[in-house]
Ligand binder design. Structure first.
Ligand SMILES: Cc1ncc(COP(=O)(O)O)c(C=O)c1O
Length: 459
């Protein structure tokens, strides 16, 4: 296959789902009705949905086939043991606790191990991770390397943890740190990978200060493939070998199987510590279900088990990272500011750089996301001041970056869909002087971006 440059989708399509085309006026009306928040739109009014890569992927025929094998026994289901074996083979962890999605694993872990006033370091916490820490009155502290905060800065592993900053936190406030986390890939920082060298550095610090180390492993396979492509010494290893080594450096993980589980729902919490696992299982029974199903159907466990096997296949990962980079390169060539290099699961537009006349507290990310929808029916999501700017004390400051994430669902869209998305972004960029900021009309106190309503500011 070497002489060919084109990296093709490593699948063919067996079943299709029609898209609904709308006119600009219809989209303006739909968005206005939705309080100018794309989360509140009816999905049928969206043409290309890049809101998230979470749970939106296409399952394989083998996964659909596995569904019928699901054992729906309440306790001791055969599907649980298949799921457990696959997760254990990959991660090596002793305790495998299924949950209905990633945030349930986070809530159970943090409610079990955190006390008020404690600090959890991470490269960048994702929004649900941060919220589940803050709800326990603890602090979610982001310690990504400086390059990870500059959208245009090129670095092969922009998701790396700042090891000096982590050491400072552990040396000064170690008694308040119950565990250290690293998110692979770093979603809030642009889907950027973390190197094995960096993970080994985190492990060494955790050993020195006797702290458990957990991965937020949602995109472990994409991270493994970046390691294979970019880190010296890993080019000859398979993605699965790299993933296993990555998990072996940590003591446990939280996981949303809606990402690199290639499933539409599901997650898990995994760890080696017996005492923490027992407390977590007790909480699981209270809110999720019996420990052999954890809020999932037996058929979900089957789909995840199969998905975790497919996601580390090299042709899939090669296509996956290439198709994301393809969109980023098109936008970059046209001068649209993005986080560079491309992340694994998404392209991140730098709304603050594109719309300098809209100050962060007038939400340039919302202005850009809304314009992409109005002009072309493309739905992305603000990752910026609306998502991260509100603090537990009620104060609001600009987030580190104001981005719009275009997340690519796994195995769903073809190259021509992506070519269309690039055209829409370029059209909006050409009209940037006409875009207006927004103010918040209503919002809840926690995770406000999901349900807030907005009003456009006067021109
Ligand atoms: C890095 C990261 N952690 C945790 C989560 C939460 O997972 P879930 O949506 O399954 O609750 C997400 C979801 O997007 C994520 O990207």
């Amino acid at each position: 296959m070497k002489p060919f440059r084109t990296i093709i989708e490593p699948f063919r399509i067996k079943s299709v789902e029609p898209l609904r085309f709308t006119h600009r006026e219809e989209r303006v009306a739909a968005l206005s009705e939705a309080g100018w928040n794309v989360f509140r739109l009816h999905a049928d009014d969206v043409l290309i949905d890049l809101l998230t890569d979470s749970g939106t992927g296409a399952m394989s025929s083998a996964q659909w086939g596995a569904l019928i094998q699901g054992d729906e026994s309440y306790a001791g289901s055969r599907s649980f043991y298949r799921f457990r074996d696959v997760v254990q083979d990959l991660t090596g962890y002793k305790h495998i606790i299924p949950t209905h999605q990633g945030r349930a694993a986070e809530r159970i872990l943090f409610h079990t191990v955190l006390s008020p006033g404690q600090v959890v370091p991470n490269n960048n916490h994702f929004d649900t991770t941060r919220a589940n820490i803050e709800v326990e009155e603890a602090e979610a502290r982001d310690l990504v390397i400086p390059e990870g905060k500059v959208p245009a800065a090129l670095h092969p592993f922009k998701g790396n943890m700042d090891l000096q900053a982590l050491e400072k936190t552990l040396a000064k406030e170690g008694d308040r740190v119950p565990l250290v986390m690293v998110t692979v890939t770093n979603n809030s920082g642009g889907g950027q990978p973390v190197s094995m060298e960096n993970l080994r550095g985190v492990r060494a610090l955790c050993d020195r200060y006797r702290k458990p180390f957990f991965l937020d492993a949602c995109r472990f396979a994409e991270n493994s493939y970046f390691v294979k492509l970019r880190e010296p010494g890993y080019g000859g290893k398979t993605p699965k070998e790299i993933a296993k080594e990555m998990f072996s450096l940590a003591d446990g993980c939280t996981m949303s199987a809606k990402k690199d589980g290639l499933a539409n729902i599901g997650g898990f919490l995994a760890m080696n510590d017996d005492r923490w696992a027992e407390s977590c299982r007790n909480l699981l029974i209270l809110t999720e279900g019996f420990p052999t199903y954890g809020g999932l159907a037996g058929y979900d466990l089957e789909a995840i088990a199969r998905g975790l096997e497919e996601v580390v296949e090299e042709p899939y990962l090669r296509y996956r990272l290439r198709s994301t980079a393809y969109l980023e390169e098109k936008l970059d060539a046209a001068g649209v500011p993005t986080i560079r290099p491309a992340g694994g699961h998404a392209v991140y537009l730098d709304a603050r750089a594109l719309l300098p006349r809209i100050p962060p507290l007038s939400y340039p990310g919302i202005a850009l996301a809304n314009a992409l929808y109005v002009e072309g029916g493309v739905r992305g999501v603000e990752i910026g001041t609306v998502m991260f700017g509100l603090h537990p004390d009620g104060s609001e400051t600009p987030a580190a970056m104001d981005l719009v994430r275009l997340a690519i669902p796994r195995r769903v869209y073809t190259q021509s869909h992506i070519d269309y998305v690039a055209e829409v972004v370029l059209l909006v960029a050409a009209k940037k002087e006409t875009l207006r900021g927004y103010r918040i009309a209503s919002a809840p106190k926690v995770l406000r971006h999901f349900t807030a309503t907005f009003e456009p500011l006067p021109a």
